[in-house]
Design a protein around this ligand. Sequence first.
Ligand code: URA
Ligand code: CA
Length: 442
Amino acid sequence: MRFSDLIIKKRNGLKLTENDIIFMIEEYNGGKIPDYQMSAMLMAIYFKGMNNSEIRYLTKAMIDSGKIIDLSSIPGIKVDKHSTGGVGDTTTLALAPMVAAAGVKVAKMSGRGLGHTGGTIDKLESIEGFKTELSLNKFIKIVKKVGVSIISSTSDLVPADKKLYALRDVTGTVDSIPLIVSSIMSKKLAAGADAIVLDITTGSGAFMREYKDALKLGKIMVDIGLEFKKEIIGVVSNMDEPLGFAIGNSLEVKEAIEILKNKGPEDLRRLCLVLGSYMLKLGRVTKTYQEGKNKLEKILKSGVALNKFKEMIIAQGGNSGIIDNPKLLPLAKHCTKIKANKSGYIQKIDSRLVGESAMLLGAGREEKESKIDLSVGIVLKKKVGNRININEDLAEVHYNDSEKLKEAKKKLLSSFIIGIKKPVKLPLILATISRQGIKEFR
Ligand code: URA
Ligand code: CA
């Protein structure tokens, strides 16, 4: 088989066979297909798409590029969660301890931020001493003892995705449904959990800007999960404005702690409760969604979830003092504000622009190897639907380096659209996708 023939096949809009796809992933992962050829293939897939069988073969071939993690020594149903990416999306940090406190085991492997989106592992690293790279043994031990552990994905978890994702990131081929599905689902299926809750984001800050594309993406992911005999639910959520108020690593850890203290922004709290209730249901700790929600609300009130977060921090070597004293988190040297240039209602906050502004401050990576500044970021003072007066604060900018400040502030200001009429706000949860089908809430 010649790979150039496969590129032409896909370029002409034909279907790749299972053998074609196995050949492609094995040879690319083994270093026998050069990046320039793979780039052409990715672009062909981007334009010509893949049908459901091709996506399934691709997912399977990617899983087979590495090892499947065996979590069977941990008693009970292990439930994983994954988001397709967002801005200010602090969910995992609050959600994982909440769900663990309710009795579901959470063994979670997370990623770093890339481009305008943040990553859980970077956020956790703003906690002094917190280790995100643990051996599998240690990881499993912590899940058994504490009920929750979050680590950076191991090098043998879908190595093909590590190579492909880096290539997609620089070749304009990230936002392709077959490539996102196979990238996320191969990692989720190899990570060994019994059940999976997916947060499929849509809107300006998401890879799937259009709702109908997010729904399509979610449906394929759920179908693949079911085919691989996993319990799985997809929640389509609105990422048109950033989630919560904080965007930036240590600022988001602080925001997650607020949620665990039964405070914090309403939208982030809601999303944690919704995803958490499904995790409890799939983990068979509760029978119904409502029962799960009541349980999680109680757990937030009583401080049990906060304590679970503390236990996880201690187990992974971090300084748990940050919980009572968030000033122990990395703080930026300076803080400035951007102000409204007219009065009215906030119509829109473009989350991609907010994410890019945070990245300019140093919160995110322009390239895979870039070093990030964990202390910088943005705290929104207004959200969509809020009333604003001229010269009132729209957001705080936490920064260290004044060089890129001007550009970051300009971008941030351009993300806000202010108008006269109070806008109709989309619901946070737009749809759910499960074995039973699609339920829409908009
Ligand atoms: N997150 C992933 O892990 N992969 C993608 O392709 C997109 C988001
Ligand atoms: Ca946030």
